[in-house]
Structure formats: structure tokens, C-alpha cells
Design a binder for this molecule. Structure first.
Ligand SMILES: Cc1cc2nc3c(=O)[nH]c(=O)nc-3n(C[C@H](O)[C@H](O)[C@H](O)COP(=O)(O)O)c2cc1C
Length: 264
């Protein structure tokens, strides 16, 4: 699949095949995608623990499943617990040294680059490191990593769904995570039971309301030809709900033995 198609068809898959295990190698590929994402100062504060429903300790499963929309976690063969490790910021100087040595920052010869780094950039960052552990930029970077993992999952034929949890501390404790770590969210992973379209393209706010040119007075001009091109490339798909969606939802509800309306 082309990236445009993966982007266009990437949507939350809530209904997965409970009987079909996810290969550990595919989870590894998701983690590999997350690992190479960009991060400010190359700090790399994103962490993930893949909880396999069939092999995780009972205590971990209990902590992970006991929440709103817990049915999604119960049916998913794998749930990834994504969290941010702010202490990664403490090693930022070393990360900057690595990235500068690799030729990814600055210009001129290696010696000049390293000298400027030690004398200018690292002292500049030293003063802001504690503040940089607060929620903000690290979370943005974690989001980029998770987005890459998500696209990898879709390219591998998997479906995923992000789920918030009020039980961050309990889950992290059960996983053996210590320090200032903050749980971001859980991501279920499995083979889709619903169609890849999952009911159709989800509604989004108007483009012009979200994006602008030069100042917020001018909505970013949206060229219809570009929209048409992206539609032809498989990026834009039919808006939901597709005509068969209600039947599909009833079908998956019966197949999975779910009760109620599934919203809580
Ligand atoms: C960070 C994040 C957290 C989310 N948390 C929840 C959640 O707690 N419960 C839930 O049902 N859906 C959750 N979702 C899924 C969103 O409801 C979903 O992304 C949205 O409806 C748009 O659908 P789409 O992902 O298919 O584009 C979350 C999504 C993201 C990105």
C-alpha cells in the first residue's frame, strides 16, 4: 500500500479478531517505527510495553482491562501501554553529542561542531532541563512515535485503537515502571474483524477552520484539484456511515458476544 492509502485508511479499529494472535515480530516492527521518529534534542522519552493477552501476568491484565471501554482491551490480543519517561531529559547532553557527531546538527567540520555544541548549545539547554520534563514537548514527540507505529501496524494489516485510562499509576506500577513516568494511553492491536473502512471516513472539522496562511485571518486556500488527486490516490474515502454500517455493527456485536451499546 502507498503511504497515501495507509494514511487514508488509518482509522480506529475497535473490533478485532479475538482468536487471531498478533505475531511478536509485527509488534517489534511497530516499536522499530516508533524508535526512529523525531524527538526534540534527540531525547527519546517514548516508552512502550506490549501486553500480550495470552502470556502477561494476571495482575498486569487486571490493571489494564479494568476501565471504561474495557471490552476493547479484553478482545484485543495485544495492548500497548505507551508512556513518557521524563528522566530521559537528564541524558539530553549525551543525545546531542551523538546526533552532532552523526552530522545531523550544525555544519562545518566535526571539531568545530562539537566545540560549538559543548560551549554554546549544551550550556543553553542546561538551564531549562527541569522545566523540559513537564508535560508538553515530550508528549508531542511521543505522539509522533506512536503515529509512526500506528502507520506501520496498518501497513502490516493490523488494526489499532487508542484508549485513555484513569488508571495510569496502577498500570505503570504493575508493569514495574518507576520514577516520573506518565502513562499516555493504551493502544489495542489486533487483526480487524470489521472492514478496513470501519464504517467510512470519520467526520473532521472543515479544513479552512483548522489551517491558515500567513496569519489566522486567511484560511489556507484549499485547491479542489488537490482534493481530487488525493481522492484518486485512495487518500480520501467515502464518508461514514457506509450503507451497511449498522448491519456490520450488529454483526460484530453478536460475534463478540458484546452487551449494551458499547459506549461505556
Ligand atoms: C490519544 C487518543 C486517545 C483516545 N482515547 C479514546 C478513549 O479513551 N476511548 C475511546 O473510545 N476512543 C478513544 N480514542 C479514539 C478516538 O475516539 C478516535 O480517534 C476518533 O473518534 C476518530 O476516529 P479515527 O481514529 O478512526 O479517525 C482516542 C484516540 C486518541 C488519538
Amino acid at each position: 500500500m502507498e503511504l497515501k492509502e495507509v494514511l487514508g485508511l488509518r482509522r480506529s479499529i475497535r473490533f478485532v479478531k479475538p482468536y487471531k494472535p498478533v505475531e511478536p515480530e509485527k509488534i517489534q516492527m511497530m516499536f522499530e517505527a516508533a524508535r526512529i521518529a523525531s524527538h526534540w534534542g534527540n531525547v527519546q522519552s517514548l516508552r512502550g510495553v506490549a501486553v500480550f493477552r495470552d502470556s502477561a501476568p494476571e495482575e498486569v491484565l487486571q490493571q489494564v482491562t479494568g476501565l471504561v471501554m474495557g471490552w476493547q482491551i479484553k478482545i484485543a490480543p495485544v495492548t500497548i501501554v505507551w508512556y513518557v519517561q521524563p528522566e530521559a531529559v537528564d541524558e539530553q547532553a549525551d543525545r546531542l553529542r551523538e546526533v552532532t557527531r552523526a552530522g545531523a546538527m550544525g555544519f562545518g567540520g566535526p571539531e568545530a561542531r562539537m566545540k560549538a555544541l559543548e560551549e554554546k548549545l549544551i550550556p543553553l539547554f542546561d538551564g531549562i532541563l527541569e522545566g523540559a520534563k513537564a508535560p508538553g514537548m515530550n508528549e508531542v514527540d511521543c505522539g509522533q512515535g506512536i503515529a509512526q507505529a500506528t502507520l506501520m501496524a496498518y501497513d502490516l494489516g493490523l488494526g489499532t485503537c487508542c484508549l485513555g485510562t484513569p488508571n495510569g499509576p496502577g498500570i505503570l506500577k504493575a508493569l514495574g515502571v518507576s520514577g516520573q513516568a506518565r502513562l499516555l494511553f493504551l493502544q489495542t492491536v489486533g487483526y480487524p474483524l470489521e472492514e478496513r473502512e470501519a464504517g467510512g471516513q470519520r467526520p473532521r472539522m472543515p479544513f479552512e477552520k483548522l489551517f491558515h496562511m500567513n496569519t489566522t485571518n486567511t484560511p489556507y486556500p484549499r485547491d479542489d484539484d488537490v482534493v481530487e488527486y488525493l481522492t484518486d490516490e485512495g487518500f480520501f474515502t467515502e464518508p461514514g456511515p457506509l450503507p451497511y454500517r449498522d448491519d456490520e455493527l450488529e454483526f460484530v456485536k453478536q460475534a463478540l458476544g458484546l452487551e449494551g451499546d458499547g459506549l461505556l
